[in-house]
Design a protein around this ligand. Structure first.
Ligand SMILES: [Mg+2]
Length: 107
């Protein structure tokens, strides 16, 4: 009983760490929004009401960069290590391919 209680004990987080997690979460959500726009309107579509429109492709590049920046902050804070992400990527390549239907042998 005590071991279980210890495993679920309350944790503390610094404001800086909370901010990094919030940023990563927000940027992930922004990537999702642009992916939805690509599915609905296409890669090279843009908002016709914008005076300086960016294509969905450009917007996705920007949001992925924002996401990577949040990862970079976590790396600098030693919260999420690039080596761990790289290792997980190797696993993803090995495991996700079997569930893809249309990607051929690109990887
Ligand atoms: Mg963003």
């Amino acid at each position: 009983m005590h071991e279980r209680h210890d495993a679920y004990k309350a944790h503390t987080m610094s404001d800086a760490s909370r901010e990094r997690v919030a940023l990563l979460m927000e940027e992930a959500a922004e990537v999702i929004v642009i992916c939805g726009k690509i599915l609905r309107h296409g890669w090279d579509s843009h908002n016709p009401l914008d005076t300086h429109p960016e294509t969905n492709r450009e917007l996705l590049a920007r949001e992925v960069a924002d996401f990577n920046f949040a990862l970079e902050l976590m790396d600098k804070a030693e919260e999420l290590h690039p080596g761990d992400v790289a290792g997980a990527l190797v696993d993803a390549r090995a495991n996700k391919r079997q569930w893809l239907h249309f990607q051929g042998d690109v990887l």
